[in-house]
Write a protein that binds this ligand. Structure first.
Ligand SMILES: Cc1ncc(COP(=O)(O)O)c(C=O)c1O
Ligand SMILES: [Zn+2]
Length: 416
């Protein structure tokens, strides 16, 4: 890295800057690179398949660690899913299965880079606000590294995510309030106690971890740039990270065109989609981002990971959708639940509600004719279905209970 750029006012900070957000305007920062100086290393990197996300060190911030990361984060599979694609008339649909990360979500990519950064700056306590996955991820990777983690979550987070955090030995503070309350409290407490804060968006290093997902997709497609990536959005940091990955590849001279990044949200938590729609209705040739306020909503979606009133990296996500020419699609919670079983039954990939939202959004894009049958489309599957069993069960149903006899089997299966 060679410094930071504010995503709001574009003011630069050098590499030694030790703060989190822009000192001039309070905006989130984006980490910048001198692409020319790392060009050779980057080219070599992309000649070999990844063994984990730190394969991409040439385009990651921080010192090269003398020891490998203790858990394997990244290097997740990209599955062609032709049967699922065929149900909606798409010929080239892929799922990027990030449920197979150590804590079963894509958040491990962010936590790994942030923990490396924390080690570089000598921090010994890491804190974060989380809807659930960022916290379970931080707890998991901090345990692997022997570091202390303090996590602020809404008390309503799904039991599986809370249990992960507790099992990994983190100090978990379940806040009587929503994610936004947990976020503000985590920042206040971190300032008071001098903890290194990992919270999404506020910490610029989170985006750097998530971008490695795009590098892997590009390599798995043998150097083809997909037409679209559909990404679930709450705070907007995952989506802006996925976009950053492609921008890095472009700036490094490895690709000559960029994909569209489509934002998938629930209609019951759709701040980013609303903002994109509003800006497109204004149809200005050039947007002055320093004047743009991202909408706020009262989130009530059952997709807990993307239930966010005030997106903490919303502006970066809005920029990504608009600059890439992507769509902003909000779908009803019932559609999200349905997508869980459709994906599971036709691909074997089990997604939590947030992670099924991209497929639900994709169906809507097909129905609206905003997507062609031959487009190469990747849905990012960002978290495992095992993280929220209650919602999955509501749509998957419960097994038939039978007495232990062959007659009962025949009755239950209708003779088949
Ligand atoms: C499974 C899953 N998908 C998507 C997201 C959305 O990421 P972001 O909040 O950065 O938009 C999250 C965030 O917690 C998540 O846990
Ligand atoms: Zn600024």
């Amino acid at each position: 890295m060679d410094g930071y750029v504010c995503i709001v006012c574009e003011k630069k900070q050098n590499e030694e800057f030790a703060g989190f957000v822009c000192p001039a305007c309070g905006g989130n920062l984006d980490i910048s690179y001198d692409y020319a100086s790392v060009a050779d290393k980057v080219r070599q990197t992309f000649c070999l398949p990844p063994t984990d996300m730190f394969h991409y060190q040439a385009l990651l911030p921080g010192a090269v660690s003398p020891t490998p990361f203790p858990l394997r984060v990244g290097a997740t599979p990209l599955y062609p899913v032709s049967r699922l694609g065929a149900t909606i008339g798409l010929n080239h649909l892929y799922l990027k299965d990030d449920t197979v990360n150590p804590s079963a979500s894509i958040k491990d990519r962010a936590s790994a880079v942030v923990l490396r950064r924390a080690i570089d700056v000598g921090a010994d306590v890491i804190s974060a606000a989380s809807t659930g996955n960022a916290g379970s991820s931080l707890a998991c990777l901090a345990a692997a590294l022997g570091m202390r983690a303090v996590i602020f979550v809404p008390a309503t987070a799904p039991i599986a995510k809370l249990t992960q955090m507790m099992s990994f030995g983190a100090q978990v503070l379940a806040v009587q309030g929503n994610y936004d309350d947990a976020f503000d409290l985590s920042l206040t407490a971190s300032r008071e106690f001098g903890w290194f804060n990992r919270s999404t968006g506020y910490n610029a290093f989170t985006r750097e971890g998530k971008k490695t997902c795009s590098y892997e997709i590009w390599q798995a497609l043998d150097g083809r740039v997909p037409d679209r990536l559909v990404v679930a959005s709450g705070d907007g940091n995952l989506l802006s990270g996925i976009w950053k990955g492609w921008r890095d590849l472009h700036a490094s001279g490895l690709i000559d065109r960029l994909p569209k990044i489509d934002c998938a949200q629930s209609t019951a938590s759709d701040a980013i989609c609303r903002t994109v729609r509003r800006l497109r209705e204004q149809a200005e040739a050039r947007i002055d981002w320093s004047t743009i306020e991202v909408d706020q909503v009262e989130a009530s979606t059952l997709a807990d990971s993307i239930a966010v009133d005030q997106p903490r990296d919303g502006l970066a996500a809005v920029q990504a959708v608009i600059n890439s020419g992507g769509e902003a699609i909000a779908v009803a919670d019932e559609e999200i639940l349905l997508a869980i079983t459709e994906m599971a039954r036709l691909t074997g990939v089990f997604a939590e509600p947030a992670a099924a939202t991209p497929f639900a959004a994709l169906k809507q894009m097909v129905a609206n004719n905003t997507i062609g049958a031959d487009e190469y489309v990747v849905c990012v599957v960002s978290g495992s279905g095992l993280k929220d069993i209650a919602n999955a069960q509501a749509v998957a149903g419960k097994p038939v209970v039978i007495e232990p006899s062959l007659a009962a089997v025949k009755r239950a299966l209708g003779g088949k």
